[in-house]
Design a protein around this ligand. Structure first.
Ligand code: AMP
Ligand code: ZN
Length: 114
């Protein structure tokens, strides 16, 4: 059994503010938002990092972008615009070892890589 933080959120062992959920994907508000809208989108299957994706994960990763289109419309940031970020491992700034996509919007974001 995987016991990472996001798996615990999926199991309901750690509370979260859910934005969207289906059988494959969960979206919840980031606990430390860096923009007026900051949502974390995760596959329900535990995948440690982008490096661990396989061809079998292509469907869920594609589905995640369909979900992102849906939630950004519902959150009112689709037309104004938003950023999707996924950090990988230490140099990428990944702190939770479960593949996730940050969806950030609600303000004009600076161009930054750090
Ligand atoms: P990363 O640094 O790319 O691994 O992103 C991990 C994100 O998870 C950070 O933006 C954290 O603020 C967020 N985070 C950590 N713990 C929680 C939590 N319990 N609920 C919601 N978001 C969290
Ligand atoms: Zn996990």
């Amino acid at each position: 059994m995987e016991e990472c933080l996001f798996c615990k959120i999926i199991k309901g062992e750690i509370p979260s503010t859910k934005v969207y959920e289906d059988d494959k994907v969960l979206c919840f508000k980031d606990i430390n938002p860096e923009a007026p809208v900051h949502v974390i989108v995760i596959p329900k299957k535990h995948i440690s990092s982008l490096n661990d994706l396989t061809v079998n994960d292509e469907e869920v990763i594609g589905h995640i972008y369909t979900v992102i289109r849906k939630i950004t419309k519902e959150l009112g940031i689709a037309d104004s615009g938003y950023r999707v970020v996924s950090n990988c491992n230490e140099d990428g700034g990944q702190t939770v070892p479960h593949v996730h996509f940050h969806v950030l919007g609600g303000k004009k974001l600076r161009i930054s890589v750090v």
